[in-house]
Design a protein around this ligand. Sequence first.
Ligand SMILES: C[S@@+](CC[C@H](N)C(=O)[O-])C[C@H]1O[C@@H](n2cnc3c(N)ncnc32)[C@H](O)[C@@H]1O
Length: 433
Amino acid sequence: MSKPNTRAIAAKILTELQKGNGSLSSHLTKQTELSDHALLQETLYGSCRWFHLLEWLLNQLLSRPLKAKDIELKSLLIVGLYQLRELSIPNYAVINETVSAADRLGKSWGRSLVNGVLRNYLRTQTELEEQLGAAPLSVTSSHPGWFVDELLEQWPDQSEQILAHNNFRPPMTLRVNLQATTRDEVLEALHAEAISASPGALCEASVYLQQPRAVECLPGFKEGKLSVQDEASQLAVGLLALRPGQTVLDACAAPGGKTCHILESERLLTSILALDKGSNRLLRVQENLTRLGLEASLACADATDTQNWWNGEGFDRILLDAPCSATGVIRRHPDIKLLRSQESLHSLQLSQRNLLHALWPCLKSNGLLLYTTCSILQQENQSIIEGFLQRTDNAKYEGIAADWGVECRYGRQLLAGANDGPDGFFFCLLRKT
Ligand SMILES: C[S@@+](CC[C@H](N)C(=O)[O-])C[C@H]1O[C@@H](n2cnc3c(N)ncnc32)[C@H](O)[C@@H]1O
């Protein structure tokens, strides 16, 4: 059997993402056996990150636009252009391999087209890159037009920075289990193994690694002294004001980052229920609890279907880490640029509204509900809260006094940092009166 062609595989996956099928990480997980897995991963992350810019370059290089049915060939050309533009593989190797990938895709008729476009790019690169300077912001920043328009309207002063930061490679951030060790001890153990790391500025448990590492190799990971979690996510638990004896519901819990952090932060809770509607994702919650030596009740259920899982006893604290567009974590998941559309926001907003509405009766009087998303779009954040407050007499908005993020009319918003700061994340606290 002939060796798999990494570019052909990349083109197939990029095509699926353009069609809205799966996510980059789910496609990559199916390719772990590939000997060139690291190259596949680098190529796909980069091709997604720079997709809109590369698509523009491609259009300048084609004498006639490709037909919709030739989407795989278009993906292959984008992959080739990414490799020529960003990777240090010799140009001849990129061209030869990309041309043979056309055969592997069953599109031998496209060999001369691929060869011609890639060679033409190399010939006209300087000129094209100059023209690029005058292209629209959605091209130069490589984001979908609808998203750029939303940013210019919602974050006029920060939009340029958000777009730039979204194209950075994200940091790898750890959460130290402060029940098991201290941050200083973890930093010392990392430095002893020549791993460059520094403490985060926003959370007492956060540590930033200078270079990403396989988690299993980090000292203390297997013993449950640390977990991987962005610093923005780590802020959520502090806002819950946890106390001994409280009952907590983590309504959208998987993979369990915040469930575990809640338990690490307050060991004397009376109970914590971690709900999620994804059964496979719930397995990840249990894995994380087991590794950290923690215990929680788990239930696989749709949180809106309260009759199915709720025994009628109110919770002191509810965390609703709602499903969202993930537009705050584009630097981590550049495939979001291809997967989200303005239309896809509508169904997310509906889920967010329904979840908040269904969970509110489960909160005790004087209890706190923390609503969070990793979105930076108002329609999933303050608008959801505003609508809810208008409909709900016994809900009171509680401001978050903090020196991080942007205070919004309702809630507080973190915007994604460069490669040394937290993800984009929204937080809003509601109290039941
Ligand atoms: C943003 S993720 C949660 C991340 C998690 N809180 C953490 O910190 O690791 C959102 C989760 O909501 C779950 N979800 C979406 N709709 C749900 C619903 N109606 N009921 C329960 N879980 C839901 C998804 O399966 C997904 O795991």
